[in-house]
Design a protein around this ligand. Structure first.
Ligand code: SAM
Length: 330
């Protein structure tokens, strides 16, 4: 089988696979999970490490070149190092990264790097300890800072920070966050809050837009757009001429669906072509019924070929998907 098979009806080539390895998370971020937590998938539905690696192997043979592990919190998977090692050992192994809250990274960064993880995105919405607790409802900022130091010591590069701003909660943190990121050599990206939370609390008015973020940062730094963006979700700016940069993922106010090359595998084995998909393709059932690789190829092709042109959050008929972010994998 040759690569570059994952082409949709709009000519988009899918090279990026986001793999959620669990829907469990120790945090309860206000824009993601309700205070009471989210309904969890039955453990028996979670794909095993072997099942995950098998799907990735097939996807890589079809043209996927980048894999990001996510969740839920991927570091909660007891076999996360084994999953990383399994993917890294594949023929034509993809570039391998992880999105994590950073909780537990202090213990695991070294083993993950040895197993083949190249880089991490750590979610950090504020550098104020009290506010970190408010945003995450239960997290401890020091654990994340220890995780970041461990990631650096383990050689994971680049280290990116993901921040979501919520009006009236942490919107004043944009400048301190960028200050922190520049001072430590981390690449900060703000993500517009999306209607994907379990509590359905998203309101357009409480979302801090890309324009507002640029405005705030522009009062402290000179921001110059970085022209070449490619398929990356974040538009980037040089800060005071560089080398430091800041990115903004304006998923709501400036969608980048036309260049999207991402597919998503949920922890319970459903493949989706978009965060906002309302349609899923059940690979878990296929894997457990003994599907051949050829059948998995057909299922992945079916998913890609049915991918809509865009997510249409702004369209009047937009329907929030039943799954919340923590059950899809951000
Ligand atoms: N637990 C890991 C973490 O904290 O990064 C990985 C999963 S988390 C769902 C992945 C990313 O999604 C995080 O950066 C988080 O901030 C972001 N996220 C969660 N809910 C979101 C929402 N409603 N809108 C935008 N980003 C969101």
């Amino acid at each position: 089988m040759s690569g570059d098979l994952l082409v949709d009806g709009f000519g988009r080539r899918h090279r990026d696979l986001r793999v959620s390895v669990t829907d469990r998370c120790p945090l309860r971020c206000v824009y993601c999970v309700p205070a009471s937590g989210a309904p969890l998938m039955p453990s028996a539905h979670l794909l095993s490490a072997d099942e995950i690696v098998r799907v990735v192997r097939v996807a890589v043979r079809m043209g996927v070149t980048r894999v990001r592990l996510t969740g839920g919190e991927p570091l909660l998977r007891p076999d996360v190092v084994e999953i990383v090692a399994g993917i890294a050992a594949l023929p034509d192994a993809p570039r391998l990264s992880m999105t994590t809250s950073g909780v537990g990274l202090d213990r695991l960064a070294g083993r993950l790097a040895e197993a083949g993880l190249e880089r991490v995105n750590v979610s950090l919405d504020t550098v104020d300890p009290a506010r970190y607790r408010q945003v995450t409802r239960r997290g401890c900022l020091d654990q994340v800072l220890d995780g970041l130091s461990a990631a650096r010591a383990a050689g994971l590069r680049p280290i990116k920070l993901n921040a979501v701003l919520v009006r009236g909660l942490n919107d004043a943190d944009a400048v301190p966050l960028l200050d922190f990121a520049l001072g430590h050599g981390y690449e900060l990206r703000f993500i517009e809050q999306m209607p994907l939370d379990g509590g359905r609390v998203w309101r357009r008015e409480s979302m801090v837009t890309a324009d507002e973020i640029l405005d705030r940062l522009g009062q402290t730094w000179t921001l110059t757009p970085v022209p070449e963006r490619g398929p990356a979700p974040a538009a980037r700016w040089l800060v005071d001429g560089g080398p430091g940069t800041v990115g903004i993922v304006a998923a709501v106010t400036a969608p980048f669906c036309g260049a999207c090359e991402r597919l998503r595998l949920t922890a319970d084995g459903q493949v989706r072509s978009c965060l906002f998909s309302t349609v899923e393709h059940d690979l878990r059932g296929m894997l457990r019924r003994g599907a051949t690789d050829a059948a998995l190829v057909r299922a992945l092709l079916g998913c890609v070929r049915a991918k809509p042109s865009g997510h249409e959050i702004d369209a009047p008929g937009f329907v929030q998907p039943a799954r919340q972010m923590s059950a899809i994998g951000g």
